[in-house]
Design a protein around this ligand. Structure first.
Ligand code: ZN
Ligand code: ZN
Length: 363
C-alpha cells in the first residue's frame, strides 16, 4: 500500500469551555487556540502528507498530468474484465490472482512531494528520531506476566483477543481470563486506557473496566473507509447490518485507595485536540488505524510512558512498548530497570539491555 495518509489533520477544535462562553474569555481562548496550534505543529504526521485528488483518476482530473495530488490507477491484469466494474473488496480482495473485477493502485505519493516539502519533512522526522526511543517489545503471555516489572504507564492501548463469535486468525481469551488481566496495576490514578471492543465485547469490556478499576470517560468510533476513500459497504463481518465501524472505549484509572472518588487526570495532558471520530482506511484483518497513536502522542505532548497490549509486529512504534505473544524469542528493550527486573525474576529468558543507537546489546 502506498505511503500516504488518507485523512488530513484538521485544525484544532475549540475547547468545550470556549464554545460555551464565547465573549467573556475570548482572550484566554485565543491563547488556548494558539497553544493547540503550536502543539499540532510539533506533532505533524511522520509520513509526508499528499492529498488524494478528489477526481480520483488522472483521466477524470481537469489538471491531468499537472495535478500535484495522487490519483488512482486501474491495476488491469490478464484475467480482469473491466466491464464487470470494481471489486467490492478493492485492495483487501483475497483473490487478486483470479478475481475478474477491477482493482486499483495509488500512484506513488513520494513522486508527488515537491523538493522543498520533502526536505523539510525529512529534517523534522530526523529531529524526532533523535529524541524518541526505537520501538520496544516484549514477547509474553499477559495472563502470566508479572507486569509490576514494567513500571507504570500514562497510556495503555489494548486490542484484546476477545472471545466473540467470529473466526479470528489468532487464539482468543475467555471472559474470565480477560477479567483477571492485570491492567489496573500498570497505571496510577489518571492513567488513560484505550480499549478496542467489538460485538459482545462492547458489554464485556465495560465489565472488565469495572474489574480492573477504571471509569469510562469517552468512546472513539473508527469509521472504516475503503481504498477509494468511500465508506465500507460490504464488510466481511456482520450478520444483520454490514460492519463499517469499530469502537474504542476511553477510560481513566481510578484511585486504588478511594475507588469512589472522581479520578483525576494529570494536569499536563493536552485536552481538546482531537475528535471522537477516526476516519481511516481498513488494512489487514483486525489491524487498527495508526491515527490512534498520533492522538495519544498529542495528548501526552512528548512526555509519559505508553504501552500497547496484545500487539503484533505491525503495532511496533517509536516511543512505545508493545507486549504480545507473537514476537518469538526476541525482545527489544532499552530500559535498564525492566531488564534488571526480568533478570531477577526470569533469568532463563536472558533478556539483554540493548543500545537504542545500534540495537545491539550494551556491554
Ligand atoms: Zn487531480
Ligand atoms: Zn477482487
Amino acid at each position: 500500500m502506498a505511503d500516504v495518509q488518507s485523512t488530513p489533520h484538521s485544525p484544532p477544535a475549540p475547547t468545550p469551555e470556549s464554545a460555551a462562553a464565547p465573549s467573556s474569555s475570548a482572550h484566554n481562548n485565543d491563547e488556548a487556540l494558539a497553544r493547540a496550534k503550536a502543539l499540532r505543529q510539533s506533532y505533524l504526521p511522520t509520513r509526508p502528507y499528499v492529498p488524494i485528488c478528489p477526481y480520483g483518476t488522472r483521466s477524470s482530473c481537469p489538471s491531468s498530468l499537472a495535478c500535484p495530488e495522487v490519483h488512482f490507477q486501474r491495476a488491469l491484469r490478464p484475467h480482469t474484465e473491466p466491464a464487470l466494474g470494481d471489486c467490492s473488496y478493492l485492495n483487501t480482495c483475497h483473490r487478486m490472482d483470479s478475481c475478474r473485477y477491477v482493482h486499483w493502485v495509488l500512484e506513488d505519493p513520494g513522486k508527488q512531494v515537491g523538493e522543498g516539502v520533502g526536505k523539510t519533512r525529512e529534517r523534522e522526522v530526523r529531529r524526532e528520531d533523535e529524541e524518541t526511543l526505537p520501538p520496544q517489545w516484549i514477547n509474553a503471555d499477559l495472563r502470566s506476566l508479572d507486569v509490576s516489572m514494567l513500571g507504570k504507564f500514562e497510556v495503555v492501548v489494548a486490542d484484546p483477543p476477545w472471545a466473540i463469535h467470529q473466526e479470528l486468525p489468532y487464539g482468543t481469551l475467555t471472559d474470565d481470563e480477560m477479567m483477571r488481566m492485570p491492567l489496573g496495576s500498570m497505571q496510577d490514578e489518571g492513567g488513560l486506557l484505550f480499549l478496542w471492543v467489538t460485538g459482545r465485547a462492547m458489554e464485556l469490556g465495560r465489565d472488565c473496566l469495572a474489574a480492573w478499576g477504571y471509569e469510562r470517560i469517552d468512546e472513539l468510533v473508527w469509521v472504516k473507509t475503503n481504498q477509494l476513500q468511500g465508506l465500507i459497504r460490504t464488510g466481511r463481518t456482520g450478520h444483520w447490518l454490514n460492519h463499517s465501524k469499530e469502537h474504542c472505549i476511553v477510560a481513566v484509572r481510578k484511585s486504588s485507595t478511594d475507588p469512589n472518588a472522581e479520578p483525576r487526570l494529570p494536569s499536563w495532558f493536552n485536552k481538546g485536540l482531537d475528535t471522537q471520530v477516526i476516519l481511516a482506511e481498513v488494512r489487514e484483518t483486525s489491524r487498527k488505524p495508526d491515527e490512534l497513536y498520533d492522538m495519544v502522542e498529542r495528548i501526552l505532548g512528548g512526555r509519559g510512558r505508553k504501552v500497547e497490549l496484545f500487539g503484533r509486529t505491525h503495532n511496533l512504534r517509536k516511543g512505545w512498548m508493545t507486549i504480545g505473544n507473537q514476537f518469538g524469542s526476541s525482545d527489544q528493550v532499552f530500559e535498564q530497570d525492566i531488564v534488571a527486573n526480568f533478570a531477577a525474576k526470569y533469568p532463563e529468558r536472558g533478556m539483554k539491555l540493548l543500545d537504542p543507537k545500534t540495537l545491539k546489546p550494551k556491554v
